[in-house]
Design a protein around this ligand. Structure first.
Ligand code: PRP
Length: 178
């Protein structure tokens, strides 16, 4: 038996509509003259961040931070480690941290605390998928796309063993006999 994408959980059109809705909410709250600094988490959030940025009618720049937490299994080890930090100075900047999914909350809690330590003027968090049933610690998410059940999902940036990030839909991984 091997694990493969089995069924569509959220199709591309529904994702696209939600990303546009999230962009409108972000625009409504960012009326200051300074550009927004989008910080996208590598690797899973890059597809969502790319679509969200193209929807945002705001002056913005983009930065990346890379973290390791899951390895190639379907369960979190709970350990979070920054493997690539932001390079720009965040002091006084308006930062939007963009994540594909919040599960236990450990990664976001760590990243929020890490970025807050760089003294931004504001720090908000946008997450496409929220697996709320798996939360181990409370984290503040300002913009949430979809609350999803506790299934292993791939596609739209999310992987299983490095694969399936390029699928345009969010799909549930299941067992197939081959
Ligand atoms: C995923 C996701 C978050 C994290 C969420 O990353 O992108 O960073 O897990 O899980 P948590 O709430 O339990 O901490 P992953 O480690 O799969 O790496 P990737 O982004 O490179 O796919």
């Amino acid at each position: 038996m091997s694990l493969r994408p089995e069924r569509v959980l959220i199709d591309r059109a529904t994702i696209q509509a939600k990303v546009a809705e999230m962009a409108r909410a972000i625009e409504a709250r960012h009326r200051h003259p300074e550009p927004l600094l989008v910080v996208s988490v590598l690797r899973g959030a890059v597809i969502f961040a790319a679509d969200l940025m193209r929807e945002l009618n705001l002056a913005l720049s983009v930065e990346f931070v890379a973290v390791e937490s899951y390895g190639s299994s379907t369960r979190s080890s709970g350990a979070v480690n920054i493997t690539r930090d932001v390079t720009e100075d965040l002091d006084g900047r308006h930062v939007l941290l963009v994540e594909d999914i919040v599960d236990t909350g450990l990664t976001l809690r760590y990243l929020i605390s890490h970025l807050k330590g760089k003294n931004p003027a504001s720090l908000e968090v946008a997450v496409l998928l929220d697996k709320v049933a798996r939360r181990q610690i409370e984290v503040k998410v300002d913009y949430t796309g979809f609350v999803i059940p506790d299934a292993f999902v791939v596609g739209y940036g999310l992987d299983y063993a490095g694969l399936y990030r390029n699928l345009p839909d969010v799909m549930v991984l299941g067992e197939s006999a081959s």
